[in-house]
Design a protein around this ligand. Sequence first.
Ligand SMILES: [Zn+2]
Length: 207
Amino acid sequence: MYGARLTRFLPQLRRFKRHSHLFIKDGFQSMDVEDDLFRAPPAHPYQPVDLQLHVPADALTATIDLLCRAGRRESGLFWYGPRDGAGNGSVAYVVAPRQRMTWGNYAVSAQALAEIVHHLRGEWKPLAQVHSHPGLRVEHSNYDDRMVSSRRALSLVFPSYGRHTEPFPIGVGVHEWQNGYWHLFDLVSARQRVLLIGGTVRVEDMR
Ligand SMILES: [Zn+2]
């Protein structure tokens, strides 16, 4: 979240690209943290959409476990699953790509993401990108704005390297792309947009 350069997604990952404007950290090159931390407020307020992302409790447990496994380092994960005709998503797969992790940054190469994308089931779409922050601040940095791989997916930021204890989604930064801006939800909007449900998911740790 805190810095690095971006390159266009590898063109061979066409399947993912169809659904996304994907950017990815390239060479694990950090730049100055402060330069990239704070962003401007939205020009227009978020307009609630009548869509929901269904998250099995199993997926949330796996997500927190994967983030915590990284220790005192940021880490990034992806949630994939099917969408219905209206666009509501259901998380079916939680995966941690191969990546480099530091206290204030994580980096996923295009090759590491390709390892995931090339083995997705046909009906699975990118539903959310998840990453951890060191402290309680869970709003996107400027860098995070550019980093999210798909503007059709949500972006969730978990505080305290995944070690917070409040019931989801309290304390988690849920963001959605709308009108040129990654909006951070208030708690009411987060609860309407992201619903915990029952069920199990596939989990994979490729780190
Ligand atoms: Zn971040």
